[in-house]
Design a protein around this ligand. Structure first.
Ligand SMILES: [Fe+2]
Length: 184
């Protein structure tokens, strides 16, 4: 497994903006805490893999901020010799994963974009809990998604993922009605 320093070096070498790097570091930090929490629950989670996946998850933003940044990022990381489990974390980090139908309509290459391992699920969720360089609540994420036109099904999937990787959090709001601006 590459080191944290090597991972940050890859972000810089590919030309990620400083704010993207700071975002990646915070997502990684949130993901590591969750990985440890999941481990304590008796789940098999590789904390180091989660940490490196978190740092590299937005590598593709060096080239594009489109929905294809996950695919682009995985390719860039592969070029640097990054391990396959990290490539999969990068590829599957968007929202709570992308279904085959969504991938088709987005014009993404035919592939599996659903997070399946704990490390993949944790990084995807941690990314949902960070906006830029700030940690936000799931309720706030739901509001942002709704404002950006995400449908109820997609927002529910993100909430379900949150519940799966962080069952202690009482996120018991309804994705459709909970849109009040309570945490800026
Ligand atoms: Fe991303």
């Amino acid at each position: 497994m590459i080191s944290k320093e090597e991972a940050v070096h890859i972000l810089k070498e590919e030309g990620c903006e400083e704010k993207v790097i700071q975002h990646c570091l915070l997502v990684s930090e949130v993901a590591v805490k969750l990985a440890e929490k999941n481990k304590a629950m008796g789940r098999t989670v590789d904390v180091r893999l989660t940490e490196i996946g978190g740092i590299l998850h937005d590598l593709g933003r060096a080239q594009t901020h489109g929905m294809d940044h996950a695919v682009v990022g995985a390719k860039l990381a592969e070029k640097h010799g990054v391990e396959k489990p990290v490539l999969d974390i990068i590829k599957k980090h968007i929202g709570a994963g992308i279904t085959p139908e969504e991938a088709f309509f987005l014009g993404l290459p035919n592939d599996d974009y659903m997070p399946r391992t704990w490390e993949e699920k944790i990084v995807a969720h941690a990314d949902n809990m960070v906006k830029g360089t700030k940690v936000i609540t799931l309720k706030k994420r739901n509001k942002i998604l709704k404002e950006n036109g995400a449908d109820k099904e997609l927002r529910q999937r993100i909430k379900d993922l949150a519940h799966e990787v962080d069952p202690d959090e009482p996120n018991d709001f309804d994705v459709e009605t909970a849109v009040e601006n309570d945490e800026e």
